[in-house]
Write a protein that binds this ligand. Structure first.
Ligand code: AMP
Ligand code: TRP
Length: 347
């Protein structure tokens, strides 16, 4: 008898353009894992998660379809993977609520991403003048931001996923998912699979302008977007922060900027760092950066063109999500029924 393939799942929020960090930490790997044929793959657009950030409802449909266009342009294929929209499947929210009831608040408070997002947003709250002197500003933040990792756990556990390809910033959330799976299983009987993360060789791509911080769209000068024209991204690479030396050598402590570019280059060319160092021995930073520009161009020029073609086919994109969501819902609905039985929600 044929063994069923292990399930693999990952989600991305529709919050704007994808950058090279998202691509090298996640999307490129999604495509390779899909094409390996070893997994039963689910990739989804985490639109419920994206509600925890400021947004304009008028822009949400476009952000969602744009992200699907990125997925398809990069090589995800609805014939090989289930591509779906989180908000189309109520079981995600239902299971999140149920998991909330076994999640210690203390675990959520420890989450680094929550703390970082809070820090980044609190000044904005202060500017809006919502706060009075002496009040703890965090108390005004939405509870969804705090609860975000529980919804993420639900996304994963609903599908019995064994593997979750993500960037390094999501590891803590995955650890919580494992904890909640174990806790639920111990309390109510074996129901969930404990998932494992799958990292790429570049799980944390750093900002070009501030290589001590991870690349993120909140800092556009240090961020390379995958659909950027050459004229937009080239100046960012050529002016990327480096050190005052001249050796193209990997040394994240002393040469974080050059090391980040080396990592990006090696990942794009699919070669090891020492090989890149060898290639640029005796060459200047300018020569090295020009080759990084070329590597970025080569990787993304095709994806950019495909994306342009796809974004105009809105009905096709909607249809892909609709069909994928139907398939995902079948699995998710079965699981949520099993969960409800375990909890005695059956009267
Ligand atoms: P998000 O845009 O936050 O939904 O992230 C989508 C995926 O990209 C997640 O798997 C993240 O872990 C990954 N990711 C985000 N930023 C980076 C980065 N700078 N380096 C590597 N992976 C990243
Ligand atoms: N939290 C992830 C991020 O910010 C997105 C996400 C939501 C996700 N649900 C998930 C990733 C489930 C993997 C599995 O990037």
């Amino acid at each position: 008898m044929l063994m069923p393939k292990p399930v693999l799942i990952s989600g991305v929020q529709p919050t704007g353009r994808l950058h090279v960090g998202n691509y090298l930490g996640a999307l490129k790997n999604f495509v390779e894992l899909q094409n390996s044929g070893k997994y039963s793959c689910y990739f989804f657009i985490a639109d419920l998660h994206s509600l925890t950030e400021d947004f304009d409802p008028k822009e949400k449909p476009e952000q969602t379809l744009n992200l699907l266009a990125d997925f398809l342009a990069a090589g995800l294929d609805p014939k090989k993977s289930v591509l779906f929209l989180q908000s189309r499947i109520p079981a995600h929210s239902e299971l999140a609520w149920i998991l909330n009831t076994i999640t210690p608040i203390g675990e959520l408070r420890r989450m680094t991403q929550y703390k970082e997002k809070l820090l980044a947003r609190v000044p904005a709250i202060v500017e809006k003048g919502i706060l009075q002197d002496g009040v703890d500003m965090r108390e005004f933040e939405n509870a969804g931001l705090f609860d975000y990792p529980v919804l993420m756990a639900a996304d994963i556990l609903l599908y019995d996923a064994k593997f979750v390809p993500v960037g390094e910033d999501q590891l803590q959330h995955l650890e919580l998912t494992r904890t909640l799976a174990r806790k639920f299983n111990a309390k109510f009987g074996k129901t969930f699979v404990e998932p494992q993360p799958l990292l790429t060789k570049t799980p944390r791509v750093m900002s070009l302008s501030n290589p001590e911080k991870k690349m993120s769209k909140s800092e556009p000068t240090g961020c390379l977007f995958i659909d950027e024209e050459d004229a937009e991204f080239q100046p960012k690479i050529m002016s990327a922060v480096t050190d005052s030396g001249s050796d193209v050598k990997y040394d994240p402590d002393k040469k974080p900027g050059v090391s980040n570019l080396l990592t990006i280059y090696a990942a794009l060319k699919d070669i090891d760092i020492p090989e890149v160092e060898g290639r640029f021995k005796g060459k200047s930073y300018v020569e090295f950066k020009s080759d990084v520009c070329q590597a970025i161009h080569n990787e993304f020029v095709g994806i950019r063109m495909k994306k342009k073609e796809l974004v105009s086919k809105r009905e096709f994109l909607r249809q892909v999500l609709l069909e994928g969501s139907k398939k995902a819902a079948e699995i998710a609905n079965k699981k949520i029924e099993e969960v409800k039985k375990r909890l005695g929600l059956t009267a």
